[in-house]
Design a protein around this ligand. Structure first.
Ligand code: MLT
Ligand code: MN
Length: 304
């Protein structure tokens, strides 16, 4: 196998679906046993060319459960082993880094992130639990192509985002492009098969549209269906825009933004527990699907 294999390890946004303390309209369906909604763990994707070693893109607080439900990520050698050869985090948000604490058991892997995200990890000493004798941290340079695992190449690029919530001081600069939030292009060196993974993005500038035009696979920020959905459902006070997430629907949304991008396969990931597209066969799900989008679920696998 020298093409690309991708597994959606966790399809939900921060909090997961359902979220532990949420009884909004979508979560309530889950708690009430509605078979049209499926639980989803927090945001993460695994990619591999060999099927033997895997790059984990983001490491969610659900990583232990995710390994239990994902055979490709389970240890195969005695006494200690993991197929996770490297972890790359796309921002410093809790849902993308907290699982690193679970990977603290003196196991060798390489941790990649931008210099600013690695600084956030360095500044928080709880992450010293990752013993540097085993876990090397390497800053990834935007725009450079690097072979993170044999035959697996990665290029990172800035996308509009913001600093993590826990680092906000006053009003953050929303939609700034820099090292806080990145998108990732993953490709197989041998076959050239390529995917793009962008679990957080505040809006779609022209440069991003051009970069993604004609891509074979895009996994993209599907946090909210509409910008004021958290407010409408009583789940929070913030708009999607304030959280640094574009919404799916509407003239400013991602469905409209990519309508003419000629991307062969488009999948929404990082789906918030208020998003009505989580409901199988619901009107919003149908609208997204009619526009050529799939709604990711845990264990969804794509081969390119
Ligand atoms: C986000 O994606 O906006 C963050 O994960 C929010 C959070 O940290 O809870
Ligand atoms: Mn998140």
């Amino acid at each position: 196998m020298t093409g690309l294999r991708a597994i959606v390890v966790g399809a939900a946004a921060g909090g997961g679906f359902p979220q532990w303390n949420c009884r909004g309209p979508v979560c309530a369906r889950f708690w009430d046993g509605d078979p049209r909604v499926q639980a989803r763990t927090q945001s993460s994707l695994a990619v591999s060319v060999s099927g033997e070693d895997w790059l984990l893109l983001n490491c969610s607080p659900d990583i232990r459960q995710q390994i239990i439900q994902t055979p490709a990520l389970q240890p195969r050698q005695t006494p200690r082993h993991t197929p996770i050869g490297a972890v790359l985090v796309t921002n410093g948000d809790i849902d993308h880094i907290a699982g690193l604490l679970t990977l603290r058991e003196k196991q060798r892997f390489t941790l990649y992130g931008t210099a600013s995200v690695l600084k956030a990890l360095k500044d928080n000493r709880v992450f010293d639990a990752l013993d540097p004798k085993f876990v090397s941290r390497k800053a990834i340079e935007l725009g450079a192509t690097k072979e993170l695992l044999p035959g697996l190449e990665v290029e990172t690029f800035a996308v509009p985002g913001k600093v993590p919530l826990y680092l906000e001081e006053g009003e953050p600069d929303i939609g700034a492009e820099g090292e806080n939030t990145i998108g990732v292009r993953v490709s197989s060196k041998r076959t050239g098969s390529t995917l793009y993974y962008i679990p957080g993005c505040a809006h779609v500038p022209d440069s991003l549209f051009k970069r993604l035009r004609g891509a074979s696979l895009l996994l993209f920020d599907g946090t909210l269906w509409q910008d004021d959905e958290m407010i409408q459902s009583g789940a929070g006070k913030k708009t999607g825009r304030r959280m640094g997430h574009i919404s799916m629907s509407g003239p400013e949304g991602s469905i409209a933004a990519f309508a003419k991008a000629e991307i062969a396969q488009k999948i929404f990931v990082h789906i918030n527990n208020t998003n009505p597209t989580l409901i199988d066969d619901g009107p919003e799900r149908r609208q997204a699907e009619e526009a050529g989008w799939e709604i990711a679920y845990d264990g969804m696998e794509i081969s390119l």
